[in-house]
Design a protein around this ligand. Structure first.
Ligand code: IPD
Ligand code: CA
Ligand code: CA
Ligand code: CA
Length: 261
């Protein structure tokens, strides 16, 4: 199936706006909340409702698409590289959605022939849509974004996954101390948005395909590095520790992480 850029660029933002309405309406209703693997890993009725809505729209408008999505279609074997692949995170930052009603995102990454074509990260409460791809650049609410400055680790704020920091994986506490400060937002999408707009010089965390797909496309389009901590290419269909960063910060972080071994 072809990558239909114009159709995708016109339909997906409409779906995201409809999903935003569902979320805003849910704030005055009682929502179902269940635990998944642990008490810190939640899924709500809204995660499922938005995922079902997006999957239905994709199937209606782009029949034959392959879809991977966090809550109901997480299986990543049997993906054919040639087809059109949609990777969906219906609510990224479910814990923030439940506890704070802020700092969560809806994310969609679209790939064809194994290559990222479109990323959409929608910061729902800020009503800011980040979207784009290699053929068109990256936009925030339809304003073209510039690549962020190539700031080294010592001069910037670093976003990290909380568990990774607590466990001091990759010497992360020392890396954090070498930066200007660390931030933990609890949503990979929101963290990657901050890297795109230069508010963070990098983000390091353990991510699943739906946490990374959209952000990888947008970050690479803006010339940021999306690699493993030892500088290898990332397969977006794997769950892996990933660093999204400016080139300079990536060099510094890799050096400090390796000096730990
Ligand atoms: C989670 C968030 C969190 C990250 C976790 C993700 P979810 O996504 O992005 O920031 O640290 O690894 O699983 O489960 O809320 O979609
Ligand atoms: Ca989850
Ligand atoms: Ca997620
Ligand atoms: Ca999610």
């Amino acid at each position: 199936m072809e990558f239909q850029a114009d159709k995708i660029d016109s339909l997906v933002p409409q779906w995201l706006m409809t999903a935003r309405k569902m979320i805003l309406e849910s704030f005055s209703q009682k929502i179902e909340i269940e635990t998944k693997t642990s008490r810190n890993d939640l899924v709500t009725g809204l995660d499922r409702k938005i995922e079902q809505f997006l999957v239905r729209k994709i199937q209606e408008c782009f029949p034959g698409s392959q879809i991977v999505s966090e809550e109901t279609r997480p299986t990543i074997n049997e993906i054919e590289e040639e087809g059109l692949l949609w990777i969906i995170d219906p609510i990224d930052g479910t814990m923030n959605f439940v506890k704070q009603k802020n700092d969560f995102a809806i994310m969609i990454g679209i790939f064809r022939g194994g290559k990222g074509q479109r990323g959409f990260i929608y910061d729902v409460m800020a009503d800011r849509l980040y979207h784009g791809g290699p053929d068109q650049g990256v936009y925030c609410n339809y304003q073209k974004m510039k690549s962020p400055p190539d700031v080294p680790l010592v001069d910037g704020l670093l976003g990290v996954g909380g568990v990774m920091l607590i466990n001091n994986k990759y010497n992360l506490q020392k890396i954090a101390l070498a930066s200007h400060g660390i931030r933990i937002y609890g949503s990979a999408g929101i963290e990657i948005i901050h890297v795109l707009n230069g508010q963070l010089i990098g983000y390091l965390s353990h991510l699943h395909p739906w946490d990374l797909a959209a952000g990888k496309i947008l970050a690479e389009t803006l010339g940021l590095v999306v690699k493993t901590i030892d500088g290898r290419e990332v397969n977006v269909l794997s769950s892996i520790d990933v660093l999204v960063a400016s080139k300079n910060a990536q060099k510094d972080i890799i050096m400090m992480a390796q000096s730990h071994c």
